[in-house]
Design a binder for this molecule. Structure first.
Ligand code: GLA
Length: 430
């Protein structure tokens, strides 16, 4: 099979779009895009509040995220990079506190779960854009914000029917899987052409072993089913194909390859780097790399993180316009192998987290000044909504973000805004 090139693909794309739009119009169902590991967000129960409540009057630092007197993150960081959050469309409803917070602090947004293929294309012939459409409406109502589409090609939260078919052992054949991926990208990226600025086209394609692509033993059918389409000896072809199709579906969207542990695992970083380099050299339309950055309080060092950014930035020798984004930042209070359910947020721990965020954001500012960082997106804005309350230890109470469960700015928030304020902010937590 050959790659679909622009001239030959146009008709097929038009036919697919027509077919899929028809299906969508008649079969839209209720979206139930919920990450089982994510606890309920407070948005639905919060009344709309835009003024500082009496409870916090007189306090300087312990202010609610929506308080008018609290600095706006997006203004604080305006000279540096875009600042964003993962969010759910329920949190973007008119009249919610969460919408006020979103618009006060952030200028770039990623849907936490609702644009994942498992929810958009749950069955063959069924596309459900109910929730993604709301996200787009939010973007249209707020033209100053940028939207990220997350994600297109991923082994997790993908519809299982994609990988089943008439091949060996009931698996899909290469042709079947490529056709499904093509239909999905054309339908989804095409539907939101000009409205989604960035797409995470490929997510988590690399092995935790550091030896290249994630394969079936780590839950991904992509490289083995799609195979080496162009006969060049590698199995990057499922990614290459995805980028070519996405480029055609929306030529102006920025197409990102996204992965985790790049900032802390040099072997995985090298495998990712080598693959992206090889694809860029072959002309694959990759516009940017995403470093997820689900990190911990003590790991990795800021220096290792910085070195990862700088290594990826050398890919600008091949694509001078390559962008780098931190796409899913959160800082777990627990070490990776710690099984505890709780950790007390003593003033010492509040300070440790605040200093960690200050160190990270100082480094991010330096990298942005060198042209190496375009955006930092956090994986949620308050501790109550974080997936880290359910992963890797279920029922845990974690504290990885800038606002606490009551939506109060933590010392960590002040660490991002101005590290000289950390001690005073910690003192107010006593
Ligand atoms: C990964 C994915 C995200 C999300 C987070 C954790 O990093 O890219 O979509 O699922 O894990 O919730």
């Amino acid at each position: 099979m050959r790659f679909i090139k622009p001239a030959t693909a146009a008709l097929a794309i038009a036919m697919l779009l027509t077919a899929c739009n028809t299906v969508q119009a008649t079969e839209t169902t209720t979206t139930t895009a919920a990450n089982v590991t994510t606890t309920a967000a407070p948005a639905e129960t919060q009344p709309a509040v835009t003024t500082l409540s009496d409870k916090f009057a007189g306090k300087t630092y312990r202010l609610p995220a929506y308080a008018e007197t609290l600095p706006n993150l997006k203004d604080v960081l305006a000279e540096n990079f875009l600042i964003g959050t993962a969010i759910n469309t329920d949190q973007l409803r008119e009249g919610t506190t969460s919408l006020d917070i979103a618009l006060k602090h952030y200028n770039i947004f990623t849907t936490e779960n609702e644009m994942k293929p498992a929810y958009v294309n749950p069955e063959e012939g069924v596309f459900d854009f109910t929730a993604p459409d709301k996200f787009i409406e939010f973007g249209e109502a707020n033209p100053d914000v940028a939207l990220r589409g997350h994600t297109l090609v991923w082994h997790s939260q993908a519809p299982q029917w994609w990988f089943q078919g008439s091949g060996d052992g009931g698996l899909a054949t290469s042709e079947e899987l490529v056709a499904r991926m093509t239909e999905y990208i054309n339908t989804t990226v095409g539907r939101y052409k000009g409205k989604i600025k960035y797409w995470d086209v490929v997510n988590e394609a690399f092995s935790d072993s550091g030896n290249g692509l994630r394969a079936m033993n780590e839950g991904s059918f992509w490289p083995d089913i799609v195979g080496d389409l162009d006969g060049d000896g590698d199995k990057y072809d499922f990614m290459e194909q995805a980028f070519y199709i996405a480029r055609e579906a929306d030529p102006d969207a920025k197409l990102i390859i996204n992965d985790y542990s790049l900032e802390q695992d040099p072997k995985k970083l090298n495998a990712f780097y080598d693959a992206v380099k090889s694809m860029l050299e072959q002309g694959v339309p990759i516009d940017g790399v995403g470093i997820q950055a689900h990190i911990q309080l003590e790991w990795p060092s800021v220096l290792n993180f910085k070195m990862a950014i700088e290594k990826l930035a050398t890919l600008k020798e091949i694509n001078p316009d390559l962008i780098i984004q931190i796409t899913e930042l959160d800082v777990s209070m627990f070490a990776w192998n710690d099984q505890s359910l709780t950790i007390e947020m003593t003033p010492e721990n509040e300070k440790k987290l605040a200093v960690r965020y200050a160190d990270l954001f100082d480094m991010f500012r330096e990298e942005a000044a060198k042209g190496n960082l375009e955006a930092v997106i956090m994986w949620g804005y308050n501790d109550g909504m974080s997936w880290l309350n359910g992963y890797p230890v279920g029922g845990r109470v974690n504290h990885p973000l800038l606002f606490d469960r009551d939506l109060i700015a933590k010392p960590a928030f002040w660490g991002v805004v101005d590290r000289t304020q950390i001690d005073a902010a910690v003192a107010e937590t006593l």
